[in-house]
Design a protein around this ligand. Structure first.
Ligand SMILES: CC(C)(COP(=O)(O)OP(=O)(O)OC[C@H]1O[C@@H](n2cnc3c(N)ncnc32)[C@H](O)[C@@H]1OP(=O)(O)O)[C@@H](O)C(=O)NCCC(=O)NCCS
Length: 200
């Protein structure tokens, strides 16, 4: 999906009882636990292995881009999103990446707010740039949330002037038509049509 000309110049506001925090040493454990709780990994160890491959080599970047929502009462991170990128830092593809909210905290607005704040971080790093995200049909709740945030489904691979083509070749293959067919089973017809007609 693609968000045109990132408009999130304002910081997002959390509901009472929660605060934002950027990555601190050891938060990879929280990240792996949250992502495992939503089914992205079979075990937290798998999540930690992924983190070690994807983010640990660029930990200084992750420190300013890896966002957590902390439940003030427990002091524990319960949601996360990453203001990431693909490609060379000089011509990057801004990415909203790895959005997740612990199941027992879902439905309270945290997913929308953590996404908006990650988009705000991206707006500060890459003002006015288009933002991309990769998703899949089992994330149909997220797809609807992304649509409300302004993302539209892309029918082809992302491509923009100045992007690093070698890196773009590595992004997941876009399966727009097959994904929309699968989503027919989960969305009301009017929303499905709205999403389909918004393709870009
Ligand atoms: C997608 C996700 C982050 C949303 O988190 P959340 O905190 O529940 O989201 P919010 O409370 O901000 O709600 C966002 C929207 O989803 C809707 N929603 C939330 N839970 C829902 C559910 N179980 N079924 C249908 N809609 C739901 C809300 O009504 C809201 O819609 P609105 O803006 O039109 O009112 C969360 O469900 C999640 O972690 N899912 C698993 C991981 C995933 O799919 N990540 C995305 C990978 S690309």
């Amino acid at each position: 999906m693609r968000l045109e000309a990132n408009p999130y110049t304002e910081a997002a506001r959390l509901p009472e009882g929660f605060l934002f925090r950027l990555y601190e040493d050891g938060d990879e454990n929280h990240w792996a636990q949250i992502e495992t709780a939503v089914g992205e990994f079979a075990t937290p160890e798998d999540g930690l292995r992924y983190f070690a491959g994807e983010f640990a080599p660029e930990l200084d970047e992750f420190r300013r881009r890896g966002l957590f929502v902390v439940d003030v009462d427990s002091g524990l991170p319960v949601a996360t999103a990453t203001a990431w990128y693909r490609g060379e830092k000089t011509a990057p593809m801004p990415l909203l990446h790895w959005v997740a909210v612990r199941p027992e905290y879902q439905g309270r607005g945290l997913g929308g707010v953590v996404s908006r704040q990650a988009l705000h971080i991206l707006a500060n790093i890459y003002p006015g740039r288009n933002v991309y995200l990769f998703t899949q049909t089992w994330s149909h709740v997220a797809i609807r949330m992304y649509y409300r945030l302004g993302f539209r489904p892309l029918t082809r691979q992302p491509a923009e002037a100045g992007m690093d083509w070698a890196e773009i070749a590595k992004v997941p293959r876009n399966e727009f038509e097959a994904a929309m067919e699968a989503l027919k089973a989960v969305y009301p017809e009017d929303f499905w049509r709205e999403l389909y007609d918004s393709r870009c």
